[in-house]
Design a protein around this ligand. Structure first.
Ligand code: FAD
Ligand code: AMP
Length: 482
Protein backbone atom coordinates (compact mmCIF):
# COMPACT_ATOMS: atom_id res chain seq x y z
CA UNK A 1 0.00 0.00 0.00
CA UNK A 2 1.25 3.52 -0.76
CA UNK A 3 2.55 5.50 2.19
CA UNK A 4 0.62 8.61 1.19
CA UNK A 5 -2.51 9.49 3.16
CA UNK A 6 -5.00 12.30 3.43
CA UNK A 7 -5.00 11.93 7.22
CA UNK A 8 -2.64 10.16 9.60
CA UNK A 9 -3.91 9.88 13.19
CA UNK A 10 -1.43 9.12 15.98
CA UNK A 11 -3.09 7.21 18.82
CA UNK A 12 -6.24 5.09 18.79
CA UNK A 13 -7.88 6.11 22.08
CA UNK A 14 -11.36 7.67 22.00
CA UNK A 15 -10.06 10.85 20.35
CA UNK A 16 -7.91 9.04 17.79
CA UNK A 17 -10.11 6.14 16.72
CA UNK A 18 -13.16 8.37 16.44
CA UNK A 19 -11.23 10.96 14.40
CA UNK A 20 -9.91 8.19 12.13
CA UNK A 21 -13.31 6.57 11.57
CA UNK A 22 -15.04 9.89 10.89
CA UNK A 23 -12.24 10.94 8.51
CA UNK A 24 -12.62 7.68 6.58
CA UNK A 25 -16.41 8.09 6.50
CA UNK A 26 -15.89 11.52 4.96
CA UNK A 27 -13.83 9.99 2.17
CA UNK A 28 -10.28 10.64 3.38
CA UNK A 29 -7.62 7.97 2.94
CA UNK A 30 -6.84 7.49 6.64
CA UNK A 31 -4.31 5.63 8.76
CA UNK A 32 -4.28 5.33 12.56
CA UNK A 33 -1.01 4.49 14.32
CA UNK A 34 -1.05 2.69 17.68
CA UNK A 35 1.81 1.51 19.88
CA UNK A 36 -0.15 -0.06 22.79
CA UNK A 37 0.87 -3.66 23.53
CA UNK A 38 -1.41 -5.86 25.63
CA UNK A 39 -0.41 -8.57 28.14
CA UNK A 40 0.29 -10.94 25.21
CA UNK A 41 2.55 -8.33 23.55
CA UNK A 42 -0.01 -7.78 20.77
CA UNK A 43 -0.92 -4.30 19.49
CA UNK A 44 -4.40 -3.31 20.61
CA UNK A 45 -6.51 -0.30 19.71
CA UNK A 46 -8.67 1.75 22.06
CA UNK A 47 -6.08 3.59 24.17
CA UNK A 48 -6.36 4.26 27.89
CA UNK A 49 -10.15 4.27 27.86
CA UNK A 50 -10.62 0.72 26.59
CA UNK A 51 -7.46 -0.91 27.96
CA UNK A 52 -6.87 0.57 31.41
CA UNK A 53 -9.43 3.34 31.92
CA UNK A 54 -13.15 3.83 31.58
CA UNK A 55 -14.09 0.29 30.57
CA UNK A 56 -12.01 -1.95 32.88
CA UNK A 57 -12.73 0.32 35.85
CA UNK A 58 -16.46 0.10 35.17
CA UNK A 59 -16.21 -3.68 34.74
CA UNK A 60 -14.71 -3.94 38.25
CA UNK A 61 -17.16 -1.39 39.65
CA UNK A 62 -20.04 -3.46 38.28
CA UNK A 63 -18.62 -6.75 39.63
CA UNK A 64 -17.95 -5.31 43.07
CA UNK A 65 -21.39 -3.66 43.14
CA UNK A 66 -23.01 -7.03 42.48
CA UNK A 67 -20.97 -8.46 45.35
CA UNK A 68 -22.31 -5.79 47.73
CA UNK A 69 -25.83 -6.33 46.44
CA UNK A 70 -25.59 -10.05 47.12
CA UNK A 71 -23.90 -9.59 50.47
CA UNK A 72 -25.90 -6.71 51.90
CA UNK A 73 -29.02 -5.95 49.89
CA UNK A 74 -30.53 -9.20 48.63
CA UNK A 75 -31.87 -10.03 52.09
CA UNK A 76 -34.06 -6.90 52.04
CA UNK A 77 -35.79 -8.45 48.99
CA UNK A 78 -36.25 -11.73 50.85
CA UNK A 79 -33.44 -13.45 48.97
CA UNK A 80 -30.92 -15.45 50.95
CA UNK A 81 -27.73 -16.57 49.28
CA UNK A 82 -25.68 -17.87 52.18
CA UNK A 83 -22.08 -16.76 52.47
CA UNK A 84 -21.04 -14.64 49.52
CA UNK A 85 -17.48 -15.03 48.27
CA UNK A 86 -15.42 -13.25 45.64
CA UNK A 87 -13.01 -15.00 43.27
CA UNK A 88 -10.73 -12.06 42.42
CA UNK A 89 -8.81 -13.71 39.55
CA UNK A 90 -12.16 -14.64 37.94
CA UNK A 91 -13.37 -11.06 38.33
CA UNK A 92 -10.16 -9.72 36.73
CA UNK A 93 -10.41 -12.29 33.92
CA UNK A 94 -13.98 -11.17 33.16
CA UNK A 95 -12.77 -7.59 33.03
CA UNK A 96 -10.01 -8.62 30.59
CA UNK A 97 -12.60 -10.36 28.40
CA UNK A 98 -14.71 -7.21 28.24
CA UNK A 99 -11.60 -5.22 27.30
CA UNK A 100 -10.63 -7.76 24.62
CA UNK A 101 -14.09 -7.69 23.11
CA UNK A 102 -14.10 -3.91 22.85
CA UNK A 103 -10.53 -3.49 21.60
CA UNK A 104 -11.18 -6.13 18.91
CA UNK A 105 -14.33 -4.19 18.11
CA UNK A 106 -12.23 -1.13 17.22
CA UNK A 107 -10.19 -3.28 14.86
CA UNK A 108 -13.45 -4.40 13.24
CA UNK A 109 -14.66 -0.80 12.96
CA UNK A 110 -11.38 0.16 11.28
CA UNK A 111 -11.85 -2.61 8.71
CA UNK A 112 -15.51 -1.72 8.14
CA UNK A 113 -14.66 1.96 7.62
CA UNK A 114 -11.45 1.34 5.66
CA UNK A 115 -9.15 2.92 8.24
CA UNK A 116 -5.68 1.43 7.96
CA UNK A 117 -4.41 0.48 11.43
CA UNK A 118 -0.64 0.75 11.61
CA UNK A 119 1.20 -0.90 14.53
CA UNK A 120 4.12 1.02 16.00
CA UNK A 121 5.18 4.32 17.50
CA UNK A 122 4.48 7.41 15.44
CA UNK A 123 6.61 10.51 15.40
CA UNK A 124 5.81 13.78 13.67
CA UNK A 125 8.99 14.65 11.76
CA UNK A 126 7.56 17.26 9.39
CA UNK A 127 4.40 19.27 8.82
CA UNK A 128 3.26 16.43 6.53
CA UNK A 129 5.54 13.57 7.57
CA UNK A 130 5.26 10.88 10.24
CA UNK A 131 7.66 8.03 10.92
CA UNK A 132 6.44 4.77 12.42
CA UNK A 133 8.80 2.55 14.39
CA UNK A 134 7.51 -1.01 14.83
CA UNK A 135 8.26 -3.12 17.89
CA UNK A 136 10.96 -4.99 15.90
CA UNK A 137 12.70 -1.64 15.32
CA UNK A 138 11.91 -1.35 11.61
CA UNK A 139 10.85 2.08 10.40
CA UNK A 140 8.61 3.50 7.70
CA UNK A 141 7.79 7.05 6.66
CA UNK A 142 4.25 8.20 5.90
CA UNK A 143 3.20 11.42 4.22
CA UNK A 144 -0.10 13.02 5.11
CA UNK A 145 -2.02 16.10 4.03
CA UNK A 146 -3.14 16.35 7.63
CA UNK A 147 -1.88 14.87 10.89
CA UNK A 148 -4.11 14.40 13.94
CA UNK A 149 -2.26 13.88 17.22
CA UNK A 150 -4.30 11.94 19.80
CA UNK A 151 -1.51 10.55 21.98
CA UNK A 152 -3.50 10.81 25.21
CA UNK A 153 -2.21 10.90 28.75
CA UNK A 154 -0.45 8.81 31.40
CA UNK A 155 -0.71 8.72 35.22
CA UNK A 156 1.24 11.31 37.19
CA UNK A 157 3.96 9.89 39.42
CA UNK A 158 4.87 11.79 42.60
CA UNK A 159 8.33 11.57 44.18
CA UNK A 160 7.09 10.61 47.70
CA UNK A 161 5.54 7.36 46.43
CA UNK A 162 7.47 5.91 43.47
CA UNK A 163 5.45 3.23 41.68
CA UNK A 164 7.02 -0.24 42.08
CA UNK A 165 4.09 -1.97 40.28
CA UNK A 166 3.73 -4.35 43.19
CA UNK A 167 2.93 -2.62 46.46
CA UNK A 168 2.70 0.94 45.16
CA UNK A 169 0.67 1.03 41.95
CA UNK A 170 -0.98 3.54 39.63
CA UNK A 171 -4.53 3.21 38.31
CA UNK A 172 -3.42 0.54 35.84
CA UNK A 173 -1.95 -1.65 38.61
CA UNK A 174 -5.10 -1.19 40.70
CA UNK A 175 -7.08 -2.95 37.96
CA UNK A 176 -4.88 -6.04 38.30
CA UNK A 177 -4.81 -6.98 42.01
CA UNK A 178 -5.12 -10.76 42.30
CA UNK A 179 -6.45 -10.65 45.86
CA UNK A 180 -8.29 -8.15 48.02
CA UNK A 181 -5.72 -6.08 49.92
CA UNK A 182 -6.49 -6.02 53.63
CA UNK A 183 -5.43 -2.41 54.09
CA UNK A 184 -5.53 -0.25 50.97
CA UNK A 185 -4.25 3.32 50.76
CA UNK A 186 -5.34 5.64 47.97
CA UNK A 187 -3.62 8.97 47.32
CA UNK A 188 -6.03 11.44 45.73
CA UNK A 189 -9.78 11.76 46.27
CA UNK A 190 -10.40 12.57 42.61
CA UNK A 191 -12.54 10.60 40.17
CA UNK A 192 -10.07 7.73 39.72
CA UNK A 193 -9.14 7.45 43.41
CA UNK A 194 -12.79 7.30 44.48
CA UNK A 195 -13.78 4.78 41.80
CA UNK A 196 -10.88 2.39 42.41
CA UNK A 197 -11.06 2.87 46.18
CA UNK A 198 -14.76 1.92 45.98
CA UNK A 199 -14.05 -1.28 44.02
CA UNK A 200 -11.73 -2.67 46.65
CA UNK A 201 -13.65 -1.30 49.67
CA UNK A 202 -16.75 -3.14 48.44
CA UNK A 203 -14.79 -6.38 48.30
CA UNK A 204 -13.57 -5.99 51.88
CA UNK A 205 -10.47 -3.78 51.87
CA UNK A 206 -10.14 -1.30 54.65
CA UNK A 207 -9.65 1.79 52.46
CA UNK A 208 -8.05 5.07 53.49
CA UNK A 209 -8.06 7.91 50.96
CA UNK A 210 -5.48 10.64 51.57
CA UNK A 211 -6.28 13.94 49.87
CA UNK A 212 -4.17 17.09 50.14
CA UNK A 213 -7.05 19.51 49.56
CA UNK A 214 -9.38 20.56 52.36
CA UNK A 215 -12.53 20.57 50.22
CA UNK A 216 -13.93 17.26 48.97
CA UNK A 217 -14.48 17.30 45.17
CA UNK A 218 -13.89 21.04 44.82
CA UNK A 219 -15.31 21.20 41.28
CA UNK A 220 -18.62 19.68 42.38
CA UNK A 221 -21.60 21.66 43.73
CA UNK A 222 -20.98 21.91 47.50
CA UNK A 223 -24.33 20.42 48.52
CA UNK A 224 -23.86 17.42 46.22
CA UNK A 225 -20.21 16.98 47.29
CA UNK A 226 -21.25 17.02 50.97
CA UNK A 227 -24.00 14.47 50.37
CA UNK A 228 -21.57 12.29 48.37
CA UNK A 229 -18.96 12.41 51.13
CA UNK A 230 -21.61 11.31 53.64
CA UNK A 231 -22.71 8.38 51.47
CA UNK A 232 -19.18 7.19 50.60
CA UNK A 233 -18.04 7.44 54.22
CA UNK A 234 -21.05 5.34 55.25
CA UNK A 235 -19.84 2.73 52.75
CA UNK A 236 -16.55 2.49 54.63
CA UNK A 237 -14.23 4.77 52.66
CA UNK A 238 -12.14 6.65 55.21
CA UNK A 239 -11.52 9.88 53.28
CA UNK A 240 -8.95 12.05 55.03
CA UNK A 241 -9.03 15.56 53.64
CA UNK A 242 -6.17 18.01 54.21
CA UNK A 243 -3.70 15.11 54.21
CA UNK A 244 -0.68 15.69 51.97
CA UNK A 245 1.50 12.67 51.33
CA UNK A 246 5.18 13.50 51.78
CA UNK A 247 6.96 10.15 51.76
CA UNK A 248 6.74 6.38 51.93
CA UNK A 249 8.78 3.40 53.06
CA UNK A 250 8.47 -0.14 51.76
CA UNK A 251 8.97 -2.91 54.31
CA UNK A 252 11.54 -5.64 53.68
CA UNK A 253 10.57 -9.27 53.15
CA UNK A 254 8.59 -11.22 50.60
CA UNK A 255 5.14 -9.74 51.18
CA UNK A 256 5.84 -6.02 51.37
CA UNK A 257 3.79 -3.35 53.04
CA UNK A 258 4.16 0.39 52.58
CA UNK A 259 4.17 2.98 55.33
CA UNK A 260 2.97 6.33 54.03
CA UNK A 261 3.99 9.59 55.64
CA UNK A 262 1.61 12.51 55.39
CA UNK A 263 0.93 15.82 57.06
CA UNK A 264 -2.47 17.01 58.20
CA UNK A 265 -3.70 19.79 60.50
CA UNK A 266 -2.35 17.92 63.53
CA UNK A 267 1.17 17.48 62.10
CA UNK A 268 3.04 14.49 60.72
CA UNK A 269 1.26 11.15 60.47
CA UNK A 270 2.01 7.66 59.20
CA UNK A 271 -0.20 4.79 58.10
CA UNK A 272 0.73 1.33 56.82
CA UNK A 273 -0.97 -0.37 53.88
CA UNK A 274 -0.72 -3.67 52.02
CA UNK A 275 -1.24 -1.85 48.72
CA UNK A 276 -1.13 1.81 47.80
CA UNK A 277 -2.82 3.33 44.73
CA UNK A 278 -1.38 6.62 43.54
CA UNK A 279 -4.24 8.48 41.83
CA UNK A 280 -3.07 12.08 41.78
CA UNK A 281 -4.02 12.88 38.20
CA UNK A 282 -2.76 12.40 34.65
CA UNK A 283 -0.44 14.32 32.36
CA UNK A 284 -0.44 14.70 28.59
CA UNK A 285 1.79 12.20 26.81
CA UNK A 286 4.09 13.71 24.20
CA UNK A 287 7.31 11.76 24.70
CA UNK A 288 9.16 10.89 21.46
CA UNK A 289 6.16 12.22 19.56
CA UNK A 290 7.27 15.53 18.08
CA UNK A 291 10.48 16.32 16.30
CA UNK A 292 11.51 19.77 17.56
CA UNK A 293 12.13 20.94 13.98
CA UNK A 294 8.37 20.79 13.27
CA UNK A 295 7.72 23.50 15.87
CA UNK A 296 4.41 22.25 17.32
CA UNK A 297 3.86 24.43 20.39
CA UNK A 298 3.12 23.04 23.86
CA UNK A 299 1.71 25.06 26.75
CA UNK A 300 3.42 25.47 30.12
CA UNK A 301 1.82 22.24 31.44
CA UNK A 302 2.93 20.16 28.47
CA UNK A 303 -0.39 20.05 26.59
CA UNK A 304 -0.28 20.55 22.82
CA UNK A 305 -1.53 24.10 22.26
CA UNK A 306 -4.71 24.19 20.17
CA UNK A 307 -7.50 26.64 19.37
CA UNK A 308 -11.24 25.98 19.85
CA UNK A 309 -11.20 23.78 16.72
CA UNK A 310 -8.21 21.72 17.89
CA UNK A 311 -5.85 23.28 15.33
CA UNK A 312 -2.22 23.56 16.43
CA UNK A 313 0.09 26.39 15.34
CA UNK A 314 1.07 24.27 12.30
CA UNK A 315 -1.77 24.47 9.72
CA UNK A 316 -1.63 20.79 8.69
CA UNK A 317 -1.51 19.45 12.28
CA UNK A 318 -4.43 19.02 14.69
CA UNK A 319 -4.54 17.54 18.20
CA UNK A 320 -7.44 16.18 20.26
CA UNK A 321 -8.30 14.40 23.51
CA UNK A 322 -6.25 14.24 26.72
CA UNK A 323 -3.16 15.63 24.96
CA UNK A 324 -4.88 19.04 24.68
CA UNK A 325 -6.50 21.43 27.19
CA UNK A 326 -9.82 20.71 28.85
CA UNK A 327 -11.17 17.89 31.00
CA UNK A 328 -9.47 14.53 30.51
CA UNK A 329 -12.62 12.64 29.55
CA UNK A 330 -13.20 10.09 26.81
CA UNK A 331 -16.38 11.74 25.50
CA UNK A 332 -14.68 15.13 25.25
CA UNK A 333 -11.94 13.52 23.13
CA UNK A 334 -14.48 11.70 20.94
CA UNK A 335 -16.35 14.90 20.16
CA UNK A 336 -13.06 16.63 19.36
CA UNK A 337 -12.15 13.73 17.05
CA UNK A 338 -15.42 14.22 15.14
CA UNK A 339 -14.95 18.00 15.06
CA UNK A 340 -11.44 17.73 13.59
CA UNK A 341 -12.55 15.27 10.90
CA UNK A 342 -15.54 17.39 9.92
CA UNK A 343 -13.48 20.58 9.89
CA UNK A 344 -11.06 18.87 7.49
CA UNK A 345 -14.06 18.12 5.29
CA UNK A 346 -15.02 21.80 5.31
CA UNK A 347 -17.88 21.55 7.83
CA UNK A 348 -18.29 24.07 10.65
CA UNK A 349 -18.74 21.54 13.48
CA UNK A 350 -17.85 22.94 16.91
CA UNK A 351 -17.62 21.18 20.28
CA UNK A 352 -19.74 22.90 22.94
CA UNK A 353 -17.14 23.10 25.69
CA UNK A 354 -19.73 24.60 28.08
CA UNK A 355 -21.62 21.31 28.10
CA UNK A 356 -19.12 18.55 28.89
CA UNK A 357 -20.82 16.21 31.39
CA UNK A 358 -18.76 14.81 34.28
CA UNK A 359 -19.44 11.55 36.11
CA UNK A 360 -17.89 9.70 39.03
CA UNK A 361 -19.00 6.07 38.81
CA UNK A 362 -19.18 5.33 42.52
CA UNK A 363 -22.45 3.94 43.83
CA UNK A 364 -24.43 6.05 43.85
CA UNK A 365 -22.99 7.87 40.85
CA UNK A 366 -22.14 11.55 41.03
CA UNK A 367 -22.83 13.48 37.81
CA UNK A 368 -22.99 17.11 36.88
CA UNK A 369 -23.31 19.53 33.99
CA UNK A 370 -23.19 23.31 33.67
CA UNK A 371 -22.82 25.73 36.53
CA UNK A 372 -23.03 24.91 40.23
CA UNK A 373 -24.50 27.14 42.93
CA UNK A 374 -21.14 28.51 44.00
CA UNK A 375 -20.27 29.55 40.43
CA UNK A 376 -23.64 31.23 39.93
CA UNK A 377 -23.29 33.12 43.22
CA UNK A 378 -19.85 34.29 42.24
CA UNK A 379 -21.08 35.43 38.83
CA UNK A 380 -23.96 37.32 40.50
CA UNK A 381 -26.61 35.35 38.57
CA UNK A 382 -30.09 35.22 40.10
CA UNK A 383 -31.20 31.59 40.04
CA UNK A 384 -33.82 29.15 41.29
CA UNK A 385 -33.01 25.77 42.83
CA UNK A 386 -35.08 22.63 42.36
CA UNK A 387 -34.24 19.69 44.60
CA UNK A 388 -35.68 16.21 44.65
CA UNK A 389 -34.42 13.37 46.86
CA UNK A 390 -34.51 9.80 45.53
CA UNK A 391 -36.12 8.62 48.77
CA UNK A 392 -39.33 10.22 47.43
CA UNK A 393 -39.06 8.43 44.05
CA UNK A 394 -41.17 5.27 43.74
CA UNK A 395 -38.77 3.43 41.42
CA UNK A 396 -35.79 4.13 43.70
CA UNK A 397 -37.77 2.86 46.66
CA UNK A 398 -38.86 -0.26 44.76
CA UNK A 399 -35.22 -0.94 43.96
CA UNK A 400 -34.16 -0.20 47.54
CA UNK A 401 -31.64 2.32 46.15
CA UNK A 402 -32.67 5.65 47.62
CA UNK A 403 -29.45 7.53 48.42
CA UNK A 404 -28.95 10.95 46.91
CA UNK A 405 -30.84 13.68 45.09
CA UNK A 406 -31.27 15.67 41.89
CA UNK A 407 -30.51 19.38 42.00
CA UNK A 408 -31.46 21.58 39.09
CA UNK A 409 -30.48 25.24 38.75
CA UNK A 410 -32.40 27.61 36.49
CA UNK A 411 -32.09 31.30 35.71
CA UNK A 412 -34.57 33.21 37.88
CA UNK A 413 -35.51 35.61 35.07
CA UNK A 414 -35.50 33.41 31.96
CA UNK A 415 -35.98 29.97 33.59
CA UNK A 416 -33.22 28.62 31.30
CA UNK A 417 -31.49 25.60 32.88
CA UNK A 418 -28.02 26.59 34.03
CA UNK A 419 -26.84 23.38 35.67
CA UNK A 420 -27.83 20.01 37.01
CA UNK A 421 -26.10 18.05 39.76
CA UNK A 422 -27.04 14.54 40.74
CA UNK A 423 -25.86 12.04 43.29
CA UNK A 424 -27.91 8.89 42.91
CA UNK A 425 -28.33 5.54 41.18
CA UNK A 426 -27.86 5.88 37.39
CA UNK A 427 -26.96 9.57 37.76
CA UNK A 428 -24.92 9.47 34.51
CA UNK A 429 -27.91 8.38 32.45
CA UNK A 430 -30.32 10.69 34.26
CA UNK A 431 -28.02 13.67 33.77
CA UNK A 432 -27.86 13.04 30.02
CA UNK A 433 -31.52 14.09 29.73
CA UNK A 434 -30.58 17.51 31.05
CA UNK A 435 -27.43 17.67 28.90
CA UNK A 436 -29.68 17.28 25.84
CA UNK A 437 -32.15 19.78 27.24
CA UNK A 438 -29.39 22.31 27.85
CA UNK A 439 -28.00 21.75 24.35
CA UNK A 440 -31.42 22.94 23.13
CA UNK A 441 -31.44 25.86 25.65
CA UNK A 442 -34.44 24.36 27.47
CA UNK A 443 -36.07 25.96 30.49
CA UNK A 444 -36.98 24.21 33.74
CA UNK A 445 -40.60 24.64 32.63
CA UNK A 446 -39.87 22.74 29.38
CA UNK A 447 -38.75 19.76 31.46
CA UNK A 448 -41.71 20.24 33.80
CA UNK A 449 -44.11 20.10 30.83
CA UNK A 450 -42.48 16.97 29.41
CA UNK A 451 -44.17 13.66 30.20
CA UNK A 452 -41.93 11.17 32.03
CA UNK A 453 -42.63 7.43 32.28
CA UNK A 454 -43.82 6.23 35.64
CA UNK A 455 -42.32 4.73 37.67
CA UNK A 456 -38.79 5.72 36.66
CA UNK A 457 -35.75 7.23 38.32
CA UNK A 458 -35.95 10.02 35.75
CA UNK A 459 -39.09 11.28 37.45
CA UNK A 460 -36.69 12.71 40.04
CA UNK A 461 -35.27 14.92 37.27
CA UNK A 462 -38.81 15.94 36.28
CA UNK A 463 -39.70 16.79 39.87
CA UNK A 464 -36.46 18.76 40.42
CA UNK A 465 -37.33 20.83 37.33
CA UNK A 466 -40.87 21.40 38.66
CA UNK A 467 -39.45 22.25 42.08
CA UNK A 468 -37.26 24.98 40.56
CA UNK A 469 -40.47 26.91 39.97
CA UNK A 470 -42.24 25.76 43.11
CA UNK A 471 -44.50 23.26 41.27
CA UNK A 472 -43.21 19.90 42.51
CA UNK A 473 -46.05 17.44 43.08
CA UNK A 474 -44.38 14.66 45.02
CA UNK A 475 -42.58 16.76 47.62
CA UNK A 476 -43.33 19.91 49.58
CA UNK A 477 -42.21 22.99 47.63
CA UNK A 478 -39.57 25.13 49.20
CA UNK A 479 -38.78 27.37 46.25
CA UNK A 480 -35.33 28.61 47.03
CA UNK A 481 -33.71 31.66 45.57
CA UNK A 482 -30.13 32.82 45.98
P1 FAD B 1 -5.80 7.74 25.25
O1 FAD B 1 -7.02 6.97 25.51
O2 FAD B 1 -4.79 7.87 26.33
O3 FAD B 1 -5.15 7.09 23.95
C1 FAD B 1 -3.96 7.55 23.43
C2 FAD B 1 -3.37 6.44 22.61
O4 FAD B 1 -2.28 6.94 21.87
C3 FAD B 1 -2.81 5.29 23.45
O5 FAD B 1 -3.33 4.08 22.99
C4 FAD B 1 -1.30 5.37 23.22
O6 FAD B 1 -0.68 4.10 23.21
C5 FAD B 1 -1.26 5.99 21.85
N1 FAD B 1 0.00 6.68 21.56
C6 FAD B 1 0.61 7.65 22.30
N2 FAD B 1 1.73 8.07 21.69
C7 FAD B 1 1.83 7.36 20.55
C8 FAD B 1 2.76 7.33 19.51
N3 FAD B 1 3.81 8.16 19.50
N4 FAD B 1 2.57 6.46 18.49
C9 FAD B 1 1.51 5.62 18.47
N5 FAD B 1 0.58 5.60 19.44
C10 FAD B 1 0.74 6.47 20.45
N6 FAD B 1 -13.00 9.05 31.04
C11 FAD B 1 -14.34 9.11 30.91
O7 FAD B 1 -14.85 9.89 30.12
N7 FAD B 1 -15.15 8.27 31.66
C12 FAD B 1 -14.64 7.40 32.55
O8 FAD B 1 -15.40 6.66 33.19
C13 FAD B 1 -13.24 7.33 32.70
N8 FAD B 1 -12.69 6.44 33.56
C14 FAD B 1 -11.33 6.35 33.65
C15 FAD B 1 -10.80 5.44 34.54
C16 FAD B 1 -9.43 5.31 34.67
C17 FAD B 1 -8.86 4.31 35.63
C18 FAD B 1 -8.58 6.11 33.84
C19 FAD B 1 -7.10 5.96 33.92
C20 FAD B 1 -9.12 7.04 32.95
C21 FAD B 1 -10.49 7.17 32.86
N9 FAD B 1 -11.08 8.09 31.99
C22 FAD B 1 -12.44 8.18 31.90
C23 FAD B 1 -10.27 9.00 31.15
C24 FAD B 1 -10.20 8.48 29.71
O9 FAD B 1 -9.66 7.18 29.73
C25 FAD B 1 -9.35 9.41 28.88
O10 FAD B 1 -9.88 10.73 28.96
C26 FAD B 1 -9.36 8.98 27.42
O11 FAD B 1 -8.86 7.67 27.27
C27 FAD B 1 -8.52 9.95 26.58
O12 FAD B 1 -8.58 9.58 25.26
P2 FAD B 1 -7.43 9.95 24.23
O13 FAD B 1 -7.84 9.35 22.93
O14 FAD B 1 -7.14 11.38 24.28
O15 FAD B 1 -6.12 9.23 24.79
P1 AMP C 1 -7.76 14.14 39.94
O1 AMP C 1 -6.85 15.21 39.37
O2 AMP C 1 -9.22 14.45 39.89
O3 AMP C 1 -7.43 12.77 39.43
O4 AMP C 1 -7.41 14.10 41.50
C1 AMP C 1 -6.12 13.91 42.02
C2 AMP C 1 -6.10 14.40 43.46
O5 AMP C 1 -4.87 14.02 44.07
C3 AMP C 1 -6.23 15.91 43.59
O6 AMP C 1 -7.40 16.19 44.33
C4 AMP C 1 -4.96 16.30 44.33
O7 AMP C 1 -5.21 17.31 45.30
C5 AMP C 1 -4.53 15.01 45.03
N1 AMP C 1 -3.10 14.97 45.37
C6 AMP C 1 -2.05 15.30 44.57
N2 AMP C 1 -0.86 15.14 45.23
C7 AMP C 1 -1.15 14.70 46.49
C8 AMP C 1 -0.38 14.33 47.65
N3 AMP C 1 0.94 14.39 47.66
N4 AMP C 1 -1.03 13.90 48.76
C9 AMP C 1 -2.38 13.82 48.76
N5 AMP C 1 -3.16 14.15 47.71
C10 AMP C 1 -2.58 14.58 46.58
Amino acid sequence: MSNEYDVVVIGSGPAGYVAAIRCAQLGFKTACIEKWLNKEDKTVYGGTCLNVGCIPSKALLDSSHKFVEAQEHFSAHGISVGKVAIDVPAMIARKDKVVDQLTSGIKGLFTANKVEGIEGTGKVVGANKVTVTSKDGSQQELTAKHIVIAAGSVPIDIPPTPIDHETIVDSTGALEFQEVPKRLGVIGAGVIGLELGSVWARLGSQVTVLEALDDFLPVVDRQIAKESMKILSKQGLDIKMGSRVTGSKLSKGAKKTVTVEYTDKDGEQTETFDKLIVAVGRRPFTESLLDASVGVELDERGFIKVDEQCATNIPSIFAAGDVVRGPMLAHKGMEEGVMVAERLAGKKTQVNYDLVPSVIYTHPEIAWIGKNEEELKEAGVDYNVGLFPFVANGRALAANDVDGMVKLLADAKTDRILGCHIVGASAADLLQQIVIAMEFSASAEDIGLTMFSHPALSEAVHEAALAANGHAIHIGNRKRRK
